[in-house]
Ligand binder design. Structure first.
Ligand SMILES: NC(=O)c1ccc[n+]([C@@H]2O[C@H](COP(=O)([O-])OP(=O)(O)OC[C@H]3O[C@@H](n4cnc5c(N)ncnc54)[C@H](O)[C@@H]3O)[C@@H](O)[C@H]2O)c1
Length: 420
């Protein structure tokens, strides 16, 4: 393919070298004239392992060249946008480079192309950008011919500096957002030979992927360092603790506890997080991330309760399916569902609860104490399966998997234990 790459920084220049290595003909475009002449003279504009050798190889084969601008994209199959999206003063991404380069591409595309030009955005930007910024720029330049002349895709880049070439050829995943979520032949061709799971999706899911990944990496580093500080101040070996922590690929380094859904609760997590917070404040470890966990969990319960109430008429009849913190247990201690039930009662809704494991007479000890402190009327709220299935309910709130065993006909169901 003939590929034009806009923006020859870490992402764009690495992609240019790697795609030329794959045999594509690459033309790199950068507004920085120094970078352009350096590349043409065989000097990489960035320090990054392997790119020097790849540039020499590509120049030798005549597969790469750099220019400051391009006015005709008629023989180009794929344009890749890798311009920067630095922080603005308010924290948002500065989108001026993306807007400007899109305008330049839109002006250089012929509306009468035989095959559409695929324009792949690799710059990181917020969900909605393709539809609300990029597409309107193309539409204003190309009018009704936009969709026939240009195939816009969003294709986030997962490379890490210092291992950029290695990551380009062995990405953790390939994500491509397209207009209809269906595959793009040009993008398949570009990724040919790469061994990684491929996800075709709508623009917005592809656009948010990098935010989620990068924020997750930041959470991991901050968490690791907070644990490191606590260990260090308590004279515990953080190295050994880390070794034990990462050895657990069943619960720790695993997909468990990462699915968006209900708040955390139960007899252990809130209690032990609270106690670690106490230790940390006692020893002055200033663990802001750990200190934020119970607050963000409360915020989640409030948000879910508000979402439920927004779907109910005043005085509405609501059935909560699942009260214990997990299906098949009767542990009500710090169950988020108990909190949400209480908020619904306080809001004046007619609440009933179906949870076959809960028998008030069988509750013991702290479990009994918690239930009657936080939901004193629990005994009067519980209904049996026949009543639950008979309804009618304005809304059924599914708090856990118990919902799978109920036949609720056409009742409106809202799941709080998982998001669509
Ligand atoms: N650096 C990384 O490790 C990494 C990884 C994944 C994604 N990203 C994202 O990719 C994007 C690019 O990152 P980067 O680190 O390569 O940026 P960078 O700042 O190193 O490079 C951007 C380049 O774009 C050029 N440019 C600006 N406007 C232009 C225009 N109109 N036409 C042509 N060139 C233009 C600049 O001169 C610069 O050389 C960012 O959105 C970043 O968040 C970066």
């Amino acid at each position: 393919m003939k590929i034009a790459i806009f923006g020859l920084g870490y992402v764009g220049f690495t992609a240019a070298c790697c795609l030329a290595h794959d045999g594509h003909e690459v033309i790199g475009i950068d507004v920085n004239a120094d970078k352009v002449s350096e590349i043409n003279a065989g000097h990489p504009p960035i320090k990054e392992p392997q790119v020097g050798e790849l540039l020499t190889e590509a120049l030798g084969k005549g597969l790469i060249r750099a220019v400051s601008e391009i006015s005709d994209l008629s023989d180009v199959d794929l344009a890749i946008v890798c311009v920067g999206t630095p922080s603005s003063t308010d924290g948002s991404h500065n989108m001026s480079y993306v807007a400007e380069v899109t305008r330049q591409i839109a002006e250089a595309v012929s509306p009468d192309r035989a095959r559409p030009l695929t324009v792949a955005y690799r710059s990181t930007f917020r969900p909605g950008t393709v539809n609300q910024l990029v597409a309107p720029i193309f539409r204003s330049a190309l009018g009704d011919r936009f969709e026939a002349a240009v195939e816009v895709v969003y294709n986030p880049e997962f490379l890490r500096e210092a291992t950029a070439v290695q990551d380009f050829f062995a990405p953790p995943k390939i994500v491509v957002g397209t207009r209809d979520g269906k595959l793009s032949q040009v993008m398949d061709l570009m990724h040919e030979g790469l061994d990684a799971p491929v996800f075709y999706t709508a623009y917005e899911e592809a656009e948010i992927t990098k935010f989620v990944d990068n924020t997750w990496h930041a959470v991991k580093v901050a968490f690791a360092n907070e644990i490191g500080r606590v260990c260090h101040k308590m004279d515990v070996s953080a190295k050994k603790v880390h070794e034990i922590f990462v050895s657990d690929t069943k619960l720790n380094i695993s997909p468990y506890y990462t699915r968006p859904g209900g708040a955390f609760g139960g007899s252990c997590l809130p209690k032990d997080v609270r106690a670690l917070q106490h230790i940390s404040s006692e020893i002055g470890a200033h663990t802001h991330l750990i200190d934020s966990l119970l607050r963000t969990n409360e915020a989640h319960k409030t948000s879910q309760a508000q979402d439920i109430m927004a779907r109910l008429p005043a005085d509405g009849r609501v059935l909560m399916v699942g009260l214990a913190f997990k299906a098949e247990t009767d542990d009500l201690r710090e169950s988020p569902n108990v909190d949400i039930a209480r908020r619904l009662l306080q809001g004046g809704y007619q609440l009933s609860v179906y949870d076959p494991e809960i028998e008030p007479a069988d509750l013991r000890g702290q479990n009994l104490g918690y239930a009657f402190t936080h939901l004193p009327t629990v005994g009067t709220l519980l209904v049996d399966k026949a009543t639950a299935e008979a309804g009618p309910w304005d809304l059924v709130v599914a708090s856990n998997r118990i919902i799978e065993g109920l036949d609720l006909g056409t009742a409106e169901i809202m799941r709080t234990y998982e998001y669509d």
